[in-house]
Design a protein around this ligand. Structure first.
Ligand code: NAP
Length: 257
């Protein structure tokens, strides 16, 4: 097992990619705090129609320890509380995965300023807040890891004036934080997923889903598990000398951009 007894937080862990990461961590023996706004998994229009059980139940079925903690990552008091609860419950913190994120469709002419603030507040500010509040605990760990879930859209336009810039900023923040806290043996890396089968795709039309599939070299959408395995790598000893990196896990989507 690659992550035996590592204590991990996965934000947005009830659904989609976060759930995939939490389950792969559990398969590798980790103890996982699942942080989300609700425990019930989202059931997407196009995908995941069979998913009904909470992530922690699935973690326990794998023989690992799980804990559900309610929080909105846009609220720093709630984030501070769940980090504290994790440390008290499991006895420390080794790995933080900032995965919670939202997408609101619309270009600069349609998106309201309040909607822009919401997207950036969760996808960028929320990542900073959890990172900042976790660092003192990760400094106590022998295996401190921060893994930020960005997006293939960090590298191009077309995903709106809030979502893509927030993801690009996360990729750059990874480099900055890696430089700052490498001295404590903490690594900081990003995963940039391509199109993954989750409820976040619900805003797309069937034609747009088809188009995204056509642009994916490996001819299938990614599964949450595909991102989960990349996250296991970054969390494991195999990646102990990898920091400040951003890994595209996109089935070849970006190769054609
Ligand atoms: P998802 O299926 O919509 O799941 C996201 C989970 O995060 C949901 O359980 C959601 O709960 C939770 N969440 C959202 N905002 C939150 C908040 N403020 N506080 C706590 N939890 C919150 O989305 P996903 O596709 O798994 O996306 C996960 C991450 O991957 C996001 O950062 C996304 O940008 C990124 N990503 C996804 C894709 C893709 O194709 N799926 C591609 C590239 C990057 P609610 O139901 O309350 O919203």
């Amino acid at each position: 097992m690659l992550l035996k007894d590592r204590i991990c937080i996965v934000t947005g862990g009830s659904s989609g990619i976060g759930r995939g990461i939490a389950l792969e961590f559990a398969r590798e023996g980790a103890r996982v705090a699942v942080v989300d706004r609700q425990e019930t998994p989202l059931r997407g229009k196009y995908h995941e129609t069979e998913t009904t059980t909470p992530t922690v139940s699935e973690i326990e079925k794998l023989g690992a320890d799980g804990l559900f903690l309610h929080a909105d990552v846009a609220d720093e008091a709630q984030v501070a509380h769940v980090i504290q609860q994790t440390v008290e419950h499991f006895g420390g913190l080794d790995v933080l995965v900032n995965n919670a994120g939202i997408h609101i469709p619309g270009g600069a002419q349609e998106l309201s300023i309040a909607e822009w603030d919401r997207v950036v507040g969760i996808n960028l500010r929320g990542v900073f807040v959890a990172t900042k509040l976790a660092i003192p605990h990760l400094k106590q760990s022998k295996y401190g890891r921060i893994i930020q879930i960005a997006s293939v859209h960090a590298y191009g336009g077309g995903a709106g004036p809030a979502y893509a810039p927030a993801k690009a900023a996360v990729v750059n923040m990874v480099r900055d934080t890696a430089l700052e806290i490498g001295q404590f043996g903490i690594t900081v890396n990003a995963i940039c997923p391509g199109y993954i089968e989750t409820a976040i795709q619900d805003y797309l039309t069937p034609e747009q889903v088809e188009e995204a599939l056509e642009k994916t070299a490996l001819s299938r959408f990614g599964l949450p598990r595909d991102i989960g395995r990349a996250a296991v790598f970054f969390a494991s000893d195999d990646a102990e000398w990898v920091t400040g990196a951003s890994l595209l896990v996109d089935g070849g989507f970006a190769a054609g951009v």
